[in-house]
Structure formats: C-alpha cells, structure tokens
Design a protein around this ligand. Structure first.
Ligand code: 5GP
Length: 200
C-alpha cells in the first residue's frame, strides 16, 4: 500500500473530517468528549479504537474499544488494517485506529473524532494534513496525579507509567493546532464546541 499522503487522502475523498483529540491520561478527555458529542449539533462520531488491554469492569467490547487478543491485533496490523497503531505505556498494550471505520464514516459525511495518544495523533496528521488537531491540557500536573489516584483503575506502577507518558505528551503538545485547558468541564466543553463550530 502507498504511503503517499495525497494518494491516501484521495481514498478518503468525502465531506467528513478527521478530528484528533489528544491529551495526557487523566486529563478528562473522555468526559469532555462525551458532553460535547451529546450536545453539539454537528455530525460528530467517536471512533472506536482497538486495544490489547483488558476491559475495565464497566467497559464493553465494541463500545469503549474493540478488545482484541494480542495475536489478532498483530495479525490485523500486519494486514494493514490500522490507520495508526502504537504500543502505549512501555512494555504495555497496543492501541490502534481501524482504517475501515474511519474511512467508511468519513465517506458518509461524519466528523470522526479520534481520541488517541500523541504518537498516533502525529501519525494521522502526517497522513492527513487537514486533520483538525486538538490538545486537551490539565490545569497543572498535580491534577493528573489526583485524577489517576481517584480513578483507582491502575496499579501504582501503571499510574506512574501514565504520569511519565503524560510528561512526554505535554512536550509534544506544541505540534497541535488548537489547545483547550480542562479546568472547569462546562467551560472546556463550551470552548471545544465553539472551536468545532468555527471550523464547520
Ligand atoms: P486508556 O487505556 O486509558 O483507555 O487509554 C490510554 C491511552 O491510549 C490514551 O491516551 C488514549 O488516548 C490512547 N489511545 C486510545 N485509543 C488509541 C488509538 O487507537 N491509537 C492511539 N495511538 N492511542 C490510543
């Protein structure tokens, strides 16, 4: 398959858009996006990624993620089924955006929202320079620590890895076009909504 961005974009010729939303773990991207997706009068759709990590107690296959066994994930990876995929949290799990979902929903005129990490986001930007790149910032790093501790879904070690990853991601944030600070959820949701409406 060709890696030429212009050729790849031709395959995606459509009225849809690709919107990348990144930000460190614990910044509240999920809650923020849920609120905006529920209220914005825009054709937004959240892309469901695939992952090799185990579902958390409240997560369902096909809703938060497609939870794939590692061998299936890698088989699909070798088969070119991912628009982007990366191993996140060193030595940890794989996450990836399935090409097929994005392609078909964009072709149907949807604005497909990819909630993915910075490596993935920058990879999408290289392939689709007109993707809308949005970074969600915490008010400060202490907030991330508190949120990860409160969430209680991570072991101490995994939470530490997420914080290290967060520091790396914040360094790369400048490569994103739009920046929103998620201090007050309602304010951040309004800002995100206004931003999306402005690019309509
Ligand atoms: P979590 O395990 O908390 O659901 O997600 C961990 C990280 O993986 C988050 O930073 C999230 O943005 C990222 N992530 C989720 N799906 C994808 C994906 O398809 N590709 C990439 N590159 N990152 C993803």
């Amino acid at each position: 398959m060709s890696n030429d961005p212009s050729e790849q974009q031709q395959r995606f010729r459509h009225n849809g858009r690709i919107i990348v939303v990144s930000g460190p773990s614990g910044v509240g991207k999920g809650t923020l996006l849920k609120k905006v997706l529920q209220t914005a009068e825009l054709p937004l759709e959240l892309s469901v990624s695939a992952t090799t990590r185990a579902p958390r107690p409240d997560e369902k296959n096909g809703v938060e993620y497609f939870f794939l066994p590692a061998d299936e994930f890698h088989w699909r990876r070798e088969n070119g089924e991912f628009l982007e995929c990366f191993e996140i949290f060193r030595g940890g799990h794989w996450y990836g955006t399935l090409r097929n979902t994005v392609e078909s929903r964009c072709a149907a005129g949807k604005w497909i929202v990819l909630e993915i990490d910075v490596q993935g986001g920058l990879s999408v930007q290289r392939q689709f320079p007109d993707a809308v790149m949005i970074f969600i910032h915490p008010k400060n790093v202490d907030i991330l620590k508190e949120r990860l501790a409160k969430r209680g879904t991570e072991s101490q070690e995994a939470a530490e890895q997420r914080l290290q990853q967060a520091a790396q991601e914040l360094k790369l944030a400048e490569r994103y076009t739009y920046h929103i600070v998620n201090d007050d959820l309602n304010v951040a949701a309004r800002e995100l909504m206004d931003l999306l409406k402005s690019i309509e």
